[in-house]
Design a protein around this ligand. Structure first.
Ligand SMILES: NC(=O)C1=CN([C@@H]2O[C@H](COP(=O)(O)OP(=O)(O)OC[C@H]3O[C@@H](n4cnc5c(N)ncnc54)[C@H](O)[C@@H]3O)[C@@H](O)[C@H]2O)C=CC1
Ligand SMILES: O=C([O-])CC(=O)C(=O)O
Length: 330
């Protein structure tokens, strides 16, 4: 029995993500939560002839608590998206409080569930979630993940012109670090199978992966950021979590985790100076089993990218931790 919850289910990501989860044979129960429009989205999806039983909730009548009760996995795409000219950090002011509130409810209602954070800025919202869980005495670092799969999906897609591979998913590219601009570091030196990218094309390829989000924000011209590709990526990661929890072995996904709480994390923390980092994580029955110290394998070119990543990431992490330690006065 797997109960999945989407918090922010009526939004641009929430709706297609809920559709994919509703259609998935891995999900038995699906609860949709949002501050608006969940009844309509739920009624619509409920006509799909798949296994998952679906329910929708609004904040009224203890809706959040009801949605979360008995949850095994909670995916959070709640919060505002970017408009052209904004950075992900510009979303902090509003999204930090949204994530904090949702995770407080999780700590109270279903602290053992997997928590998958999509809401930006991921580099800060994941530390917020961790601090909230720590404060409640309920933190399990093996079950808290920042979803960085869209960066991996973009890397697979954008490198295809250089591989000629028909199916982009057959090229495995670890994308590590964080989830914004220069904190996103694709590790083409570790691609499997090996990829050959012409030297004069590498900078542009890396830049496109790091700033792929901007491409969509600009193309949407004020109507939001990536939603459909994110729903695909979020579903792909959620599926991996559920499959691993059900006992499937050999599942590895780059994801943003709290390093001191995951086996292998200390080595990366020592090398990067960051408490949180996205790196390939071996997923198992209890969540994050082991994180690979992939930074140790970086090429000289990647080492330079990583230096910039660490600088940006540390500040983003501190900002999230500080938000819970010293909440801004209202
Ligand atoms: N991790 C990643 O790779 C990516 C993250 N994102 C982020 O995902 C977030 C959502 O993006 P969109 O779906 O496009 O935005 P959206 O505005 O279309 O949807 C957000 C939804 O969250 C809901 N919401 C607001 N406060 C809430 C609360 N307290 N509880 C539950 N729901 C609440 C809204 O009512 C809305 O339906 C943004 O912060 C965006 O930056 C977007 C793309 C990729
Ligand atoms: O760019 C944004 O704001 C949304 C996002 O995180 C992405 O598309 O990677």
């Amino acid at each position: 029995m797997v109960k999945a919850v989407v918090a922010g289910a009526a939004g641009g990501i929430g709706q297609p993500l809920s559709l994919l989860l509703k259609a998935s044979p891995l999900v038995d129960q699906l609860a949709l939560y949002d501050v608006v429009n969940t009844p309509g989205v739920t009624a619509d999806l409920s006509h799909i002839s798949s296994i998952a039983q679906i329910e929708g909730f609004l904040p009224e009548n203890d809706g959040l608590k009801k949605a979360l009760t008995g949850a095994d996995v909670i995916v959070i795409p709640a919060g505002i998206p970017r408009k052209p000219g904004m950075t992900r950090d510009d979303l902090f002011k509003i999204n930090a409080g949204i994530v904090k509130g949702l995770v407080e409810a999780i700590a109270e209602t279903c602290p053992d569930a997997y928590i998958l954070i999509i809401s930006n800025p991921v580099n800060s919202t994941v530390p917020i979630a961790a601090e909230v869980m720590k404060k409640a005495g309920k933190f399990n670092p093996k079950k808290l993940f920042g979803v960085t799969t869209l960066d991996v999906v973009r890397a697979e897609t954008f490198v295809q012109v250089h591989t000629g591979e028909k199916d982009p998913r057959k090229t495995v590219i670890p994308v590590i670090g964080g989830h914004s601009g220069e904190t996103i570091v694709p590790m083409f030196s570790q691609a499997k199978p090996k990829v050959n990218i012409p030297e004069d094309k590498l900078d542009a390829l890396i830049h496109r992966i790091q700033f792929g989000g901007d491409e969509v924000v600009e193309a949407k011209g004020g109507a939001g950021s990536a939603t459909l590709s994110m729903a695909y990526a979020g579903f792909r990661f959620t599926e991996s979590i559920i499959k691993a929890a059900k006992g499937e072995s050999g599942i590895v996904e780059p994801t943003f985790v709290y390093l001191p709480g995951v086996e292998g994390g200390e080595a990366i923390q020592k090398e990067t100076g960051c408490e949180y980092f996205s790196a390939p994580v071996q997923l198992g029955k209890n969540g994050a089993e082991k994180v690979e110290n992939i930074v140790a394998k970086a090429s000289d070119y990647e080492k330079k990218l990583l230096q910039k990543c660490y600088e940006g990431l540390k500040g983003n992490i501190e900002k999230g931790v500080e938000f819970v330690a010293n909440p801004p006065s209202k």
